[in-house]
Design a protein around this ligand. Structure first.
Ligand SMILES: [Fe+2]
Length: 590
């Protein structure tokens, strides 16, 4: 019998209450030491209602009720909203205490302070009104050190890359959306080598009919009901919502733990390999990352996210970021042709979130992905990807080291002349500049024709083929992607963002923090602070995750709510060791 959290009852959702009136009061809560005993004492000292688990919407609270608590907190302005947050934390702490998991709770909350409140615009310069600019001078030094003593081979490799890009671009211009391979879910157990080789070459793929279409449409209906029942839900933009700040809606819970979706992720993750057989990673055991969702409405041109790469900005060049793991070592050695985007052991030590940006992903997300909840074709608010995975990655990494001797004859970015683009026109900077061409601390890197002229983004960003409800779309974590500038369709373009994340020790640590956020109804730890869905009516609990798992363990396990079974048949020694490590991190073992 495996230890599970299933006997824990989900926190009953209270009736909506007024939001906190001051940020000061929320700050007070965030900085409390989350010792279950002290928190409980604090709450009990303030009200007897807590002891009776009464959550009647706090209609009966008065200023006098908060006075004792404010006195304990040294004059903080305690409000109903902040009080409820404390009470939620107290409940979660009590649940953890019941399972002897206080250690996990304290470590998680002590070492990962909540990020500030935000929305998807925080993660991208263009959505938050910033423009590309040179970075602080230390980046010039960093770049120089990265290629020191290898200047000639880097220059030669860049010339080879520009020549290879021409061929690749010509192919993509012919293929367009056909560059993206597809497979039906029923065929993944016997996938063709053609599909797999195309997926690895292009970086993106569509798995059709992962969730039965009727079920996917039910999920969208559930989503609409949850949003309607909770009008306080935050979204971007706030006056015409397209991307919702929701992480724990019934539809998301149902989709992420769905056995079919987990099977699709397992299949996609199987395309990675490890050059180190001892590396503690299992692609056969996906873990859950609680991302947001999009319901893009016809006519929207605000959620117009151009070509970009997630998974960090300057971190890709920094020794403490991706350099920590030597992911791009062959590129820095002047051998971009040897770069293997699908080697997984080198990714385990990556730190992709050095600046703790709001919305910056700190989990190892091997593939980004979403589940379609609508029928959507090109120009209807959908996804575009750059299908030149290896070439484009090498280019956006090497591009910042070079400058053109002579600028373009025409300022029009879609009509750069040959002499401007010619390899002869591009020379290694000496000294290096502090530019990283669209990579800004705490933001995803945004690319453009002006900054990355050789990628010919105008023609190499291809629409994914038409998607239907239940299709799962995935793209590589290094891949350039974008969304339509304008939704020119007539119906909603809706997706649940659900990436494919393998089990690693690092990801297990994230699961522990994410599990805590789930219990409290707070935003997923990567996505900013605030009360999130704490007060949302109909917010699911552990029972709903168990139900979504449909009697199979994987959905609960992937969420960190049930231990990894290290006695299972067929595990490798490495997987067994990883399971033991993950179970300790998740406090299933001492
Ligand atoms: Fe993205």
């Amino acid at each position: 019998m495996h230890q599970t959290w299933k006997v824990l009852q989900p926190t009953p959702a209270p009736r909506p209450v007024s939001p906190p009136t001051t940020t000061h009061s929320l700050q007070a809560i965030r900085h409390l030491t989350l010792n279950p005993t002290s928190v409980t004492s604090l709450v009990k000292a303030t009200t007897r209602s807590y002891q009776s688990e009464d959550v009647r919407g706090f209609d009966h609270w008065t200023q006098a009720t908060f006075q004792p608590l404010n006195a304990v907190l040294g004059g903080a302005n305690f409000t109903q909203g902040s009080y409820q947050m404390l009470q939620n934390r107290c409940r979660a702490a009590s649940q953890l205490k019941a399972f002897k998991l206080q250690k996990c709770h304290r470590v998680a909350m002590a070492t990962h302070a909540q990020k500030r409140e935000g929305d998807i615009s925080d993660a991208f310069a263009s959505l938050s009104g910033l423009t590309p600019e040179p970075l602080e001078p230390r980046f010039a030094t960093l770049k120089s050190e990265l290629i020191a003593g290898k200047e000639n081979v880097i220059q030669e490799s860049f010339v080879r890359l520009l020549e290879a890009l021409r061929e690749e671009i010509a192919t993509v211009k012919i293929l367009k959306s056909k560059a993206i391979p597809e497979i039906d879910f029923k065929d993944i157990k016997d996938a063709s080598t053609k599909f797999s080789s195309e997926y690895k070459r292009r970086g993106a793929a569509i798995i059709r009919n992962v969730i039965p279409p009727v079920e996917a449409m039910e999920m969208k209906e559930e989503l609409r009901e949850y949003i309607a029942a909770n009008p306080q839900t935050k979204a971007f933009p706030s006056d015409n919502p397209q991307v919702y700040e929701l992480y724990w809606s019934p539809a998301q819970i149902r989709a992420r733990s769905h056995p079919y979706l987990l099977a699709a992720q397992r299949f996609l993750l199987s395309h990675w390999h490890s050059q180190d057989p001892q590396a503690l990673v299992s692609t056969a055991h996906p873990t859950i990352y609680a991302d947001r969702l999009r319901i893009r409405t016809p006519g929207d041109n605000i959620f117009a996210l151009g070509p970009h790469v997630d998974g960090g900005g300057p971190e890709r060049w920094e020794p403490e970021g991706y350099g920590n793991a030597k992911v791009y070592e062959s590129i820095w050695q002047g051998r971009w042709e040897d770069h293997d985007p699908w080697e997984i052991s080198s990714r385990l030590a990556v730190k992709s979130d050095l600046y703790r940006g709001v919305g910056a992903c700190s989990m190892f997300r091997a593939a980004q992905g979403w589940l379609s909840l609508s029928t959507t074709k090109a120009h209807e608010g959908t996804l575009l990807v750059n299908p030149m995975l290896k070439h484009a990655t090498a280019y956006y990494l090497l591009r910042p080291f070079f400058s053109a001797k002579k600028g373009p004859m025409s300022p029009k970015t879609d009509a750069f002349d040959e002499s401007f683009l010619s390899p002869d026109n591009w020379v290694l900077d000496c000294p290096q500049t502090s530019w990283l061409q669209g990579a800004l601390p705490g933001k995803g890197q945004e690319l453009s024709d002006m900054l990355h002229p050789h990628l010919e983004l105008n023609s190499t960003m291809v629409h994914i083929p038409e998607v239907r409800p239940g299709d799962y779309v995935a793209w590589h974590c290094d891949q350039i992607h974008a969304v339509d500038q304008k939704h020119e369709g007539t119906t909603d373009s809706s997706v649940l963002y659900i990436p494919a994340c393998p089990l690693t020790a690092h990801n297990a640590e994230f699961l522990a923090r994410q599990r805590q956020a789930f219990l409290e109804g707070l935003p997923c730890p990567d996505f900013g602070g605030g009360i999130g869905e704490t007060n949302h009516v109909g917010r699911p609990g552990i029972e709903e995750i168990e139900k979504a798992s449909q009697g199979r363990d994987a959905g609960m396990v992937a969420f960190g709510l049930q231990e990894f079974d290290s006695s299972a048949v067929g595990l490798s020694d490495t997987q067994r060791e990883l399971f033991d490590r993950a179970n300790k991190i998740l406090d299933f073992y001492d």
